[in-house]
Design a protein around this ligand. Structure first.
Ligand code: ADP
Ligand code: MG
Length: 557
């Protein structure tokens, strides 16, 4: 194959001087007409891997892409670069479609994007047979796997491509790395001895952090205060949550909007466009937002709720920092979210899927509660070696210190025992801390011997220790009883047989961080607050004058 030719195409149409690691090998493989699977993280540069060979080879490259919006963006970008590209999908009039088909027959079109529905529609294969197709590219190929997220039943029919066009190479591309999905892609597409290219899924520029879900709204406001004007995404589990969160943020003066599948296509396009064009700082969204979106300067991704598995989590945080500059991922973790997700999963009817989904949710929860390097945990999950700790996550910043936690564990367990195993973690904390709230008084918890024995520790710290006991099997959560905690064999040993237990010390912020904190957010000193307010006003005035969004005023460009 002609590497030089590929390089020229890269320069000519895309303006890049050199390939990124991996791209060149992938392109030579495709040019040698071999089937190819590409596993590359979001933002890695997968499109070039089929666009360049599609342009180098004579004939037409057919790209299957799951989302109409995505297709449109890609085609517009290509046209802007001088590539003759077009798309066919159900959103077009038959006249528009005819125009594109004519360009195919004339041999003018080089790159044709189609939805899977269109590709499988009657007569489409015979249409393709009349053309010189040089390559089939299956983008977002994980949609073929029922094991992962984003499953599209129509993707299963794509196996007919290999049956109908055995001589045309296929390249399948995805940012989902797990082995099951990879196997599904290979078998379902009938790929012939494909070469699999898997680049590292590590995104070293993203700082990974998990915080407890209590008081997450306050935590978010603090977070935003420290990151003025930085664009970011907040993922929520429900549509309603995206709306109320956006509303609250707007009330606080932030430039925020919401996005979910319940909006009309037009409204969705509108907010998405605003976000892409840097006219919207904060997108509160469900997982419906983000697939294939090419916005390189997203600085942070917050998960307001726990995602249902690590694949989704990693895909979603991968939308931050695609430009390679520093970015952050903040995950809020609460047991309440775990219960909601379990309910959602167990309401589905396919038992086989349920078991797997529950197992994946467990892994997600383990990650959130892990006391080892987060990146290491993630990379291992995706089957990558990661020998050292990353030094760029909250756990690495606050290495766990363990201590003999037998006495603390006894307090927790006896609160559970004395309430006859009917209460959830939050209530255990209330009892230990002696909070005279309605529930405690109504149920007579204030009469218990354990009431108020744990005043000396903050609620958050008790929460963490309860999580640790659950992880160590010293307590169980009855998901079918509103999350009530249950004693186990292990807890009996601690309570009655003198068994000791190690806990990991809850690390409050270090003195240095406390000091940093004191100079920002709501603890900011009065002078700094006044200055910040002044800047905010200045920004507003300037923005008005220039007719742009306030948060753009101090951007470098
Ligand atoms: P993916 O589909 O893997 O998420 P894209 O194909 O959308 O990623 O590419 C992500 C970004 O990287 C795009 O802005 C693209 O133009 C850019 N890019 C791709 N290849 C190169 C390259 N060789 N040099 C510089 N930038 C590149
Ligand atoms: Mg892509």
């Amino acid at each position: 194959m002609d590497v030089r030719e590929a390089q020229e195409v890269l320069k000519l149409y895309f303006g890049y001087d050199k390939f990124r690691p991996g791209q060149e090998d992938i392109i030579s493989n495709v040019l040698a007409k071999r089937d190819t699977i590409v596993l590359m993280p979001t933002g890695g540069g997968k499109s070039v891997c089929y666009q360049v060979p599609g342009l180098v080879m004579p004939g037409l490259c057919v790209v299957v892409s799951p989302l109409i919006a995505l297709m449109k963006d890609q085609v517009e970008a290509l046209l802007g670069n001088g590539v003759n590209a077009g798309y066919l999908n159900s959103s077009q009039s038959s006249k528009e479609q005819q125009l594109i088909e004519q360009q195919c027959f004339d041999g003018r079109l080089k790159m044709l994007y189609v939805s899977p529905e269109k590709l499988l529609s009657a007569g489409f294969f015979s249409f393709l047979k009349r053309l010189e197709v040089n390559l089939f590219a299956i983008d977002e190929a994980h949609c073929i796997s029922a094991w992962g997220h984003d499953f599209r039943p129509e993707y299963l029919q794509l196996k007919n491509l290999k049956i109908q066009f055995p001589e045309v190479p296929v390249i399948a591309l995805t940012a989902t790395a797990d082995k099951l999905t990879q196997r599904d892609i290979q078998t379902q597409l009938y790929l012939q001895n494909p070469t699999v290219y898997s680049s590292s899924f590590d995104r070293p520029n993203i700082y990974l952090q998990v915080q407890p879900g209590q008081k997450r709204m306050e935590a978010i406001l603090d977070f935003l205060e420290d990151r003025p004007f930085q664009p970011g995404i907040i993922y929520c589990l429900s549509r309603k949550a995206t709306e109320s969160l956006a509303q609250k943020l707007k009330e606080k003066g932030y430039n925020a909007e919401y996005y979910h599948a319940g909006l009309s296509a037009k409204d969705r396009d509108k907010v998405q466009e605003r976000f892409l064009q840097d006219n919207l700082q904060i997108m509160c969204a469900t997982i419906a937002f983000g697939m294939g979106i090419d916005k390189s300067n997203v600085r942070w991704v917050i998960h307001y709720n726990l995602p249902k598995n690590l694949e989704s989590y990693y895909q979603e945080i991968g939308r931050a920092g695609r430009d390679g500059a520093a970015a952050e991922a903040l995950l809020f973790h609460s047991l309440a979210d775990v219960m909601t997700l379990r309910d959602i999963i167990t309401q589905g009817d396919n038992k086989k899927d349920q078991a797997l989904s529950l197992a994946k949710l467990d892994r997600m929860q383990q990650y959130a509660e892990s006391t080892s390097c987060r990146r290491k945990t993630l990379m291992h999950y995706f089957g990558e070696e990661y020998p050292k700790d990353c030094g760029h996550c909250d756990v690495c910043d606050h290495p766990p210190v363990s201590f003999n936690g037998t006495e603390l564990a006894q307090k927790i367990l006896s609160a559970v025992a004395r309430t006859k195993e009917t209460i959830a973690p939050a209530q255990v904390v209330d009892i230990l801390r002696g909070s005279r709230n309605q529930m405690s008084l109504a149920k007579g918890y204030d009469k218990l011997k354990t009431f108020g024995v744990g005043k000396d520790l903050p609620p958050l710290e008790w929460q963490r220790y309860i999580h640790q006991l659950i992880n160590q099997g010293m307590l169980e959560v009855a998901y079918d009883e509103h999350g009530a905690l249950k004693l186990t064999k292990g807890s009996q040993d601690i309570l009655f047989n003198g068994k000791s237990v190690e806990l990991v010390k809850f690390q409050a912020a270090s003195p240095k961080e406390e000091k940093e904190r004191a100079t920002r957010g709501k603890n900011r000193n009065p002078l700094a607050t006044a200055l910040f307010e002044h800047l905010r006003q200045l920004r507003k005035d300037l923005a008005q004058e220039r007719g742009i969004a306030p948060y753009l005023v101090f951007n470098d460009n």
